[in-house]
Write a protein that binds this ligand. Structure first.
Ligand code: AHR
Length: 512
């Protein structure tokens, strides 16, 4: 027996433009993220710069718009100058964040150039853990000043004549966390971030700056951290960061799939705090949200703790190498839907991370590469989610799980691309044993027809793709899943536990 639900759209009920940077990612000097991840000079697929072409192809396919770098926890002890100039003179350092050996073969120049070659924009984090204003503005000048100063001329001497022109900068990383080198109180961070921001904006008022929010909602200092730090940084920053990871440690899938309700709550709380500070300051601008770390992360945690404790100081060890299951992909799909529902305020989101380290792309050193399950929702959202988000009225049956009540089985968002005359409905069915028949009423889209229904479903919720078996679970084009009810109206079947992309296009002949 199928469940019944209803989705109503009205063309003029818009939420906002989905910023292309919502489909971002993150590369940290951690494990095999950089070395033996994006960069593997000895690999047969390496390009003339030592970066793997097969990996870069998948990054391009994914269409990630912006890539945060170089950390993460790593950045809080990083000396960016170690990663510039002739590689043979670059120092090897101990990275205290992940207790590994950093060889510095890849630095800002190599990363920024690789990013541009993969059609993505770099987003740089500065170290506000062990360093501060001077190192941040030196880095900004090295990256962005055209020529004629100490740092810009040094960049040119290093072989990079054109400035990297990096527009988005993070003021440190997770400075509320005691695990962070140089962790700070909100007062200490707020002051340092504000003064660093002021100096950076004196260099270029057009750069965009991200103030550190809480590392997670479970931090004792959340949400006071946001209020106190923003009270210092409001005038000089553009975004505040949010980080969130979920796991299914208890093996309770119904509860796991409900976790995205916390994402919703997190976003609403941070917006409320930004608006409170705006009111307090009699401010004019809205602070936007940068959800610059998000994903499922738990499969590898215990193994990693042991590795860092008992086998420290290795160069690019296997750390945080979660092998993602099908149900993990559903959670990432639910998080993406939640982001698009807040298109008016959430303007950056970076899936953490990109390659090998809690990542949609997995490689074997010296071997192949595969798309993990979580690759697909991000691919679809990045490909079809560009445009204006429309507010969907969703009437869905609900369920209670261990930690959540009134969880809607159906979660959905629609994005209209006016230029291409396309409309896409993204939908997840959280129900594990029944499909849902969804009656759709799309007002203002009477002359649109369904062109494709992409479904991602699996009888085995624990199915995973690996380099050895890369296509164990892949999306497919569903046929005969819908019937026409009227103009702009149809009924569509959404399979149990599935991610769906329902694509419509304006047609002269209505063929629902
Ligand atoms: O993405 C992995 C780590 O998670 C990052 O280094 C840190 O910012 C977060 O705690």
């Amino acid at each position: 027996m199928a469940k019944q639900a209803k989705v109503t759209l009205e063309r003029t009920f818009t939420i906002g433009e989905v910023d292309k940077n919502v489909f971002g990612s993150f590369v940290e000097h951690l494990g095999r993220g950089v070395y033996n991840g994006i960069y593997e000079p000895a690999h047969k697929e390496a390009d003339e710069h030592g970066f793997r072409k097969d990996v870069a192809e998948l990054v391009k396919e994914l269409g990630v718009s912006i890539i945060r770098y170089p950390g993460g926890n790593f950045v809080s002890g990083y000396r960016w100058e170690d990663g510039i100039g002739p590689v043979e003179f670059r120092p090897k350092r101990l990275d205290l964040a992940w207790r590994t050996l950093e060889t510095n073969e890849v630095g800002i120049n190599e990363f920024a150039s690789w990013c541009r070659r993969t059609d993505a924009e770099p987003m740089l984090a500065v170290n506000l853990g062990t360093r501060g204003i001077e190192a941040a503005v030196d880095l900004l000048e090295y990256c962005n000043y055209p020529e004629g100063t100490y740092w810009s001329d040094l960049r040119i001497r290093h072989g990079y004549r054109a400035p990297h022109n990096i527009k988005v900068w993070c003021l440190g990383n997770e400075m509320d966390g005691t695990w962070e080198t140089g962790h700070k109180t909100p007062m200490e961070y707020g002051r340092l971030a504000a003064e660093t921001a002021r100096a950076m904006k004196r260099f270029d008022p057009d750069i965009k700056l991200v103030s550190c929010g809480s590392s997670h909602t479970f931090m004792d200092t959340f949400p006071e951290w946001e209020a106190e730090t923003l009270a210092h940084t409001y005038d000089v920053v553009d975004y505040i960061s949010l980080h969130q990871y979920f796991g299914n440690e208890e093996g309770d899938t119904a509860n796991f799939l409900a976790r995205s309700l916390e994402t919703e709550h997190f976003i609403k709380t941070v917006i409320a705090i930004c608006d409170y500070i705006k009111a307090k300051k009699r401010g004019k601008k809205d602070i936007m949200l940068s959800f610059d770390e998000w994903n499922v992360w738990y499969h590898s945690k215990l193994r990693d703790d042991d590795e860092m404790k008992y086998n420290p100081w290795q160069a690019s060890p296997c750390l945080l190498e979660d092998v993602y299951t099908f149900e993990d992909a559903l959670v990432t799909g639910l998080m993406l839907i939640t982001f698009m529902k807040h298109a008016d305020r959430l303007k950056i989101a970076c899936m953490a991370q990109l390659v090998n380290v809690i990542a949609p792309i997995m490689t074997h050193t010296g071997g192949g590469v595969c798309r993990q399950t979580i690759f697909y929702p991000l691919l679809h959202a990045s490909r079809y989610g560009r445009g204006t988000a429309l507010w969907p009225l969703v009437a869905s049956p609900k369920y209670d799980s261990k930690d959540y009540s009134d969880v809607p089985y159906l979660e959905a968002i629609a994005v209209m691309n006016e230029e291409a005359e396309e409309l896409t409905l993204f939908a997840v069915n959280r129900c594990l044993d029944e499909s849902i028949n969804v009656d759709c009423f799309f007002r203002g889209f009477e002359d649109y027809s369904i062109t494709e229904h992409i479904a991602f479903e699996s009888e085995n919720l624990k199915a995973a793709n690996t380099v050895a078996n890369p296509d164990a679970v892949v999306p497919y084009s569903r046929r005969d899943s819908y019937v026409k009810l009227g103009k702009g109206e149809f009924s569509i079947e959404i399979g149990k536990a599935s991610w769906n992309v329902i694509r419509l296009k304006k047609t002269t002949v209505n063929v629902y």
